[in-house]
Design a protein around this ligand. Sequence first.
Ligand SMILES: [Zn+2]
Length: 481
Amino acid sequence: MLKEYLKEIDRKQEKLCGLSDRIWDCPETAFGEFKSEAALLEFFKSEGFEVKEKVYGVETAFTAEYGSGSPRIGILGEFDALSGLSQMAGVVEKQAAQPGACGHGCGHNLLGAGAAAAALAVKKYLEDGHMGTVIYYGCPGEEGGSGKAFMAKEGAFQDLDGALTWHPATVNEVNKDSSLANFQILYQFHGTSAHAAGCPEMGRSALDALELMNIGCNFLREHMMDAARVHYAITDTGGYSPNVVQDQAKAIYLIRAPKVGQAYDLMERVHKIAKGAALMTETQEEHEFIKSCANVVSNRVLEKVLYEAMKEVGVPVYTEEEYDLAASYTATVPQAGSQTYEKIIADHMIPEHVKFLREKRKSRFYDFIIPYEEIHQISSGGGSTDVGDVSWMCPTAQINAATWAPGTPGHSWQAVAQGKSSTAHKGMLYAGKSIALAAMMLMEQPELLKEARAEFDQEFEGQKYIPIPEEVKPRAMNQIG
Ligand SMILES: [Zn+2]
């Protein structure tokens, strides 16, 4: 019965794929996504949602809401791109559309439009006299911006009974992975300039301080937990003249650990190293908080509902041409590309699941659903996502849908090239339908939401969320430092 409402997605298929393609055509990075946001706003207004712009203190954040009362289900949409990844669509070789420009290397054009598809079908259900509210969150600045963490600090997501989202991928699965919490900090050193040969004793080098800080952090690695990560980018070396003692130097640090509290403690240790470097060089150190994001704590009750929905909707059917095209993209990826799939197999404990996955290893396209197992592994590396912050505000779960050929790495030219393909569109609509069906199943069975909330309360008992400090505002990457 509920599946009837998914037909709304089929009816509006062209409009939804057009929306995704339009966002692909104007790739914009964190907190500068004005055209992409405009495309989404236009869509939601035309579909009769109540739209609120510039919400939660973020210029390009918005909500699109429909319905009334409980339950309140949030659907998260992203739409930002990555710098330097410009690529022609549908071309099976690295070829920039505009050299040096941005590109949708993480498929957030699909993510935003697929999540919009889900909201559309749930609206249809609510129009039919069902109680509840669906809220689409237009979440900017996922890449390097932690947009959702900025939204969370202003109170977003807390009034939800559940939040659902998805990500483009090479496989169809419930994404139960954790992610690393992180803190991004700008460190600056101030010294005294002098002639580097004539009167070096008069100079105090900020660049020396920065180098010593980096060395100190490299020694720190031996004495931090295995899963933690510390990396830096030197953004200012104090000029390019070796005959001047550099009076200024800057680096952006990204400090990560499996849990937000662990990442916070590690950041405090990095602060001490920076202070020590300043002391050694008689320079001054200052640091500035740029952003942070929390680790994902996925909700098992919601995951199981998503898995049921994915099976119920059923994976799309592909043509021979689509399989062939996928195979040609896979052929461009070095051997290492299959590691993602091997990791998925390694994460499975039930023998028949492992057997099934091994049999499917050589598929030209992963046109099946990865079996769900309830065991959650603690993340031992990998990246971070600001979906983590949402997962600390309300029960949250996510799926991945196959939009890319096997082996396609995230943030690659192959991912950009496939972003407007028919397989990408099919995966996007499949994700939208699965999320919509899961949302409707939850609205039909409020006891599931109660269970999800109980799991959430138990999971976070005694744990403290560390919000981004009050005075810190979202900034585009090129405005930092
Ligand atoms: Zn992404």
